[in-house]
Design a protein around this ligand. Structure first.
Ligand SMILES: [Zn+2]
Length: 87
């Protein structure tokens, strides 16, 4: 039997298969990255690719709030590209 790893989207709180989500991570250095390997160390948050969540993400505030810091515009831009790309 395949071991399904599920994670919760931090916006809609729905649970998805890990590979359907995008992981953001805040490293110990305070840097925010899009973690494509899913293995980076740090405080992570998962986002699903549904329209609703993408809409929420477009309001940058929700990300700054989630990570308790100013969300870097460069990462934000990349994130939007990633999400929209995979719809
Ligand atoms: Zn979601």
């Amino acid at each position: 039997m395949k071991n399904q790893v599920t994670r919760m989207c931090f916006i809609c709180r729905n649970t998805y298969n890990k590979n359907e989500l995008l992981r953001l991570v805040k490293t110990s250095a305070g840097e925010i990255l899009i973690d494509k390997t899913g293995k980076a160390n740090g405080r992570g948050a998962y986002i699903c690719k549904c329209e609703k969540c993408i809409e929420q993400i477009k309001k940058q505030k929700i990300l700054s709030k989630a990570f308790k810091c100013e969300f870097p515009p460069a990462v934000y831009k990349k994130l939007c590209e990633e999400l929209i790309d995979k719809q």
